[in-house]
Design a protein around this ligand. Structure first.
Ligand SMILES: [Zn+2]
Length: 213
């Protein structure tokens, strides 16, 4: 019988629950799919499709407004907001701006073509923006998820930023096992298991449909 949470995918309930667990504990897609006994491709698309759910208010307990505010002032008017987001997304999408520095081919983290300094927000802002951008790069590298062609750069940046922030926050709030993995049995109100419960509730209220995956 397929799971009522993702009815069209024809996956066993246990497999679906295992993927959701892996989503909450930031496991690599390859690992989750092996554990759940499903293909990496299916696993990856479910992980990606769960992300927009994190925008729901039920996930507010994990939302760190200060974290987002460090690079995106919520008071900005629409046009300015779009310019800032465009620049951040642009830098995030520019592999060279990241990898050349990462691989030691360049001394400064800022590449010459980077548009972030053009925002004229100051050196501290530039450093904070790059720090957040690099956190997302690191987080997605751990997950083993590369580029996504179907999503426009700004939407992609927003989804990935909130994904990293919320899952990261749950991780921080969870007791660790000996290997530093989060303890899934930790009953704390903002630990990974509570995040898992909220995702299940979101899917019970509105199961994942084909178009979302
Ligand atoms: Zn850049």
């Amino acid at each position: 019988m397929s799971s009522p949470l993702i009815p069209f995918a024809k996956l066993q309930e246990a497999a679906v629950l295992r993927v959701i667990q892996g989503f909450c504990t930031a496991e690599p897609v390859a690992e989750i799919s092996a554990e759940a006994g499903i293909s990496a491709k299916t696993c990856r698309s479910i992980v990606l499709a769960l992300r927009p759910r994190l925008l729901e208010s039920r996930f507010d307990p994990w939302r760190d407004v200060g974290f987002m505010r460090a690079i995106l002032d919520p008071e900005l008017e629409e046009t300015a907001m779009r310019v800032v987001l465009g620049c951040l997304a642009d830098c995030y999408g520019n592999r060279n701006c990241y990898t050349n520095f990462q691989q030691g081919r360049r001394k400064s983290r800022l590449c010459r073509s980077c548009r972030i300094p053009a925002l004229e927000m100051g050196a501290d802002y530039d450093a904070a923006a790059l720090y957040h951008i690099d956190l997302i790069h690191g987080f997605y590298a751990v997950l083993g998820i590369g580029g996504e062609r179907r999503v426009d750069p700004v939407t992609l940046f927003r989804l990935r930023l909130s994904h990293m922030q919320i899952v990261g926050e749950a991780f921080e709030q969870t007791r660790r096992l000996d290997d530093d993995a989060p303890d899934f049995t930790d009953p704390a109100p903002r630990a990974v298991h509570a995040l898992y419960d909220q995702i299940i509730r979101s899917l019970q209220a509105r199961p994942l449909v084909r178009g979302e995956v």
